[in-house]
Design a protein around this ligand. Sequence first.
Ligand code: XIL
Length: 331
Amino acid sequence: MTLRDIADRAGVRVGAAAPIGTLRADETYRSVLVREFNAMTPENETKWLGLQPSPGEWHWDDADYMVDLADEHGMQVRGHTLVWPHAGIPDHVRDATDAHQLRSWMTHHIQTTLDHFRGRIPRWDVVNEPMHWGEGRLAEGSFLDLLGPGYIAEAFTIAHEADPGIELWLNETHADVLGGKLPELRRIVEEMLDADVPLHGIGLQTHCLYPDFSPNLPTGEHLNGIVQTFADYGLDVAITEMDMLTDPEQPDRLEAQGALYEELVDAALQVDGCREITFWGFTDGVTWINEIFSPDRAPLLLDADYEPKPAYDAIERALQRRAERFTTGPS
Ligand code: XIL
């Protein structure tokens, strides 16, 4: 039984991010991805920088390859991401100085992208990381400076008008471990809902980057509370980018990693409104962690030879519990 078999029985998505280079070049990588997962997030290929690096210069090939592959294997794609105020955007967007120009670029980018993928990508992270990385306030940058905080609602409204049939998500990082972020995220969400902005879901990235980037580890109890908080607004909630650093010096690190993965994924899946767990990759051989952090941090479910780690078994058990609960009905 694969992860996707169990996820299908549970009525949830289990996804992985993947980069186009490895996907095109490595048959084993590709076959494990489509065997184990029923959802996929292009790691960089549907970002603004990936799709339209300069005004009017569109690169569809890589993203189309991924969407076609997903379609062929019955996987759903999560579009990531239309507007990311401080990364994954071309220089001309980041350095914009004219509000009218930036608004017109944003409108055109969203409309053209959603037109292209109409009927093929059912949900998009419309705005990614609207908040400052480590603090409970909006991220600085051209969008906030020129368009004001309303750019978030504007992006959602443009997306909804461009394609009323898709789910529109707000995706944020580290709201689970950095104290000031959760209240601010709630404020943003409440303001959007009060103004009837078309918002369908909240993505919690859930990168577990302790201790390098994060002062503490998340706990299941805390994550469960956060997922429930957003579900209580009537929104869908997803874990969208999960991975977890380990310490190469710790002898039982893979077991400890498996235990925390299980605690967190269980905690999220206990909430009915959480119907997606996506990992930011699936093999320790192919992960952004290998580029950004020190070597051998082993953040994912399979080792570099695609052998299952304790983390894989942990996720299998967590999905299994959701499947059992699903067949017996919510408590
Ligand atoms: C990362 C990719 O994994 C890298 O390949 C790229 O160089 C930078 O972006 N939060 C996000 C993702 O929302 O888009 C980021 O992906 C990881 C952090």
